[in-house]
Design a protein around this ligand. Structure first.
Ligand SMILES: O=C(O)CCC(=O)C(=O)O
Ligand SMILES: [Fe+2]
Length: 394
C-alpha cells in the first residue's frame, strides 16, 4: 500500500475500504491499482492490487500477500531474501536497517518517451489493408511493390483481423413464440439427463447442490430464530434452489467494463456465493459507495435477498451489489439462490406486525412475484419497491 498517487500507472478510485495499521489506527483506502517497478535486469515488473491509502507516509509491502502469491520471505542473518517458489529465483535481498526495518528499494518505472521498432511485415500487412502473409509473399515474389521487404517470418497476431473475422450465426427459425411470462424459461442448469457426465462433473455439481441446500436450510433456521419468527421448522415452506455460474474474463481496460450490473437478488431469501478462484470482484454498496469484498479463502459469502427483506418486514435488508472484472486474472463465482417454492405466498411474518410496526410489504403469491419480476420494465429501479406498501401517514 502507498500514499503516493503518482506511483500508480492504473488506479481504480471506485474502491473504499479501511486498513488497520501496526499502531492499531485505521486508515482509509481510496483506491486500488497497479504500479510498475524496474528490476535489476532493467525489466519492468508490475505489482498488482496495490492499495492507495492517502495518509500513509511510507510504502508498505505485505509479507503475508507475498507468501499468499507463491513467494517466500526468509528473514535471517540481518537480511530478508524474497524467492519465487515456483522457479526458485531470488527476487530481492534486503538488508536490515539500523532501526530494524527492512527497506526495499525498487526504482519506479516512469516513461517520458518510449521508442518502439515496429515489425516490418506487420506494417506492410496494415499498409495493404490487412493482406495475409501469403498475399504479401506473392507480391514480393512477383516484384510488384517497390520497397516491399522479404516476408520471411510470421506476421504478428493482428487484433483487427481477429475482430474482422468474427461472425454471428443466425438464430434458428421457428414459428413458435412465447406469449405469456414463464411460457419459455431459460435455466442455467437442467436435468436429470442420461448422457454420461464428463469426469463426473455432474456428480460434483449434484453433491455441491445437496450440501449447499443443507447449509442454506440451517442458515435460514438460525435466521428465523434470530427474527423471532413463529418457526415450526417450516416457516419458509418448501425451498427451491437455482444456481448461476459467473465467468468474468480478464480485461486490460477493466475500469471500462462491468461484470454484473448493480442489483439485489430479487427472487432469493438468501444467496450462497462461492468465489471459486478467490479473485476479488464482488462489491457491495453502502452509503452510496462501492466497497470491495475480500474473497475469504475456503468460505462462502451469504447475501440477503429481497424475499427475506419482505418476510422480515425490512428488518433484514437485501444488499445492493455488483461484480467488476479484473485487469489480468479471470474470475469465477457460483451464486446459489435459495427461494420459497412457487406455490407459496410471501409477505411480512405475522409475528413482526402489530399496530405500531405495520406491514411494509404486500402479501403476494410467489407465482405472481416471479411473473412480475420477469415482466418488469428494465428501468434500473428495484423490483422490491413494487411490492412495498406506501404509507399514507408517512
Ligand atoms: O460474481 C459475484 O461475485 C456476484 C454474482 C451475483 O451477484 C449474482 O450472480 O447474482
Ligand atoms: Fe447477485
Amino acid at each position: 500500500m502507498t500514499g503516493n498517487k503518482d506511483m500508480f500507472i492504473k488506479l481504480d478510485m471506485g474502491v473504499a475500504n479501511q486498513v488497520t495499521l501496526g499502531d492499531g489506527k485505521k486508515a482509509n483506502v481510496e483506491g486500488r491499482g497497479v504500479i510498475a517497478v524496474n528490476s535489476k535486469a532493467n525489466n519492468t515488473k508490475y505489482i498488482h492490487d496495490v492499495l492507495y491509502v492517502p495518509n500513509l507516509t511510507h510504502n508498505l509491502l505485505s509479507v503475508g500477500k507475498l507468501v499468499q502469491r507463491g513467494y517466500s520471505a526468509n528473514f535471517d542473518n540481518g537480511e530478508c531474501i524474497v524467492t519465487d517458489k515456483k522457479s526458485g529465483t531470488i527476487l530481492a535481498k534486503v538488508q536490515m536497517a539500523d532501526n530494524k526495518v527492512f527497506p526495499l528499494h525498487m526504482p519506479q518505472k516512469k516513461l517520458a518517451l518510449q521508442a518502439n521498432v515496429m515489425d516490418e511485415s506487420y506494417l506492410w500487412h496494415l499498409r495493404y489493408g490487412h493482406l495475409n502473409q501469403k498475399g504479401l509473399q506473392l507480391l514480393k515474389q512477383k516484384d510488384m511493390v517497390v520497397g516491399l521487404p522479404h516476408i520471411d517470418r510470421n506476421i504478428q497476431v493482428c487484433e483487427g483481423c481477429i475482430y474482422g473475422k468474427m461472425h454471428h450465426l443466425p438464430f434458428p427459425k421457428t414459428s413458435w413464440r412465447a406469449k405469456a411470462p414463464l411460457e419459455l424459461v431459460h435455466a442455467d442448469i437442467f436435468g436429470p439427463t442420461r448422457n454420461p457426465s464428463l469426469q463426473n462433473k455432474r456428480d460434483a455439481l449434484e453433491n455441491y447442490s445437496t450440501e449447499v441446500d443443507k447449509l442454506s436450510r440451517k442458515i435460514l433456521d438460525f435466521m428465523a430464530k434470530a427474527l423471532n419468527f413463529d418457526n415450526d421448522g417450516n416457516v419458509f415452506g418448501e425451498i427451491s434452489q437455482a444456481m448461476r455460474m459467473n465467468y468474468y474474463p480478464p480485461c486490460s481496460q477493466s475500469e471500462k467494463v462491468i461484470g454484473i450490473v448493480p442489483h439485489t437478488d430479487a427472487t432469493a431469501l438468501i444467496t450462497i456465493l462461492l468465489q471459486l478462484n478467490e479473485i476479488e470482484g464482488l462489491q457491495i454498496n453502502k452509503d452510496n459507495k462501492w466497497i470491495a469484498v475480500d474473497p475469504p479463502p475456503d468460505a462462502f459469502i451469504v447475501n440477503i435477498g429481497d424475499i427475506l427483506e419482505i418476510m422480515s418486514n425490512g428488518m433484514y435488508r437485501s444488499v445492493m451489489h455488483r461484480a467488476v472484472v479484473n485487469a489480468t486474472k479471470e474470475r469465477l463465482s457460483i451464486a446459489t439462490f435459495v427461494s420459497p417454492s412457487l406455490d407459496r405466498e410471501i409477505g411480512p411474518n405475522p409475528r413482526l406486525i402489530n399496530s405500531i410496526n405495520r406491514a411494509k410489504f404486500k402479501r403476494i403469491s410467489m407465482k405472481d412475484y416471479w411473473k412480475g419480476f420477469v415482466d418488469r420494465p428494465l428501468d434500473g429501479r428495484r423490483y422490491l419497491d413494487g411490492v412495498r406498501i406506501v404509507d399514507d401517514d408517512a
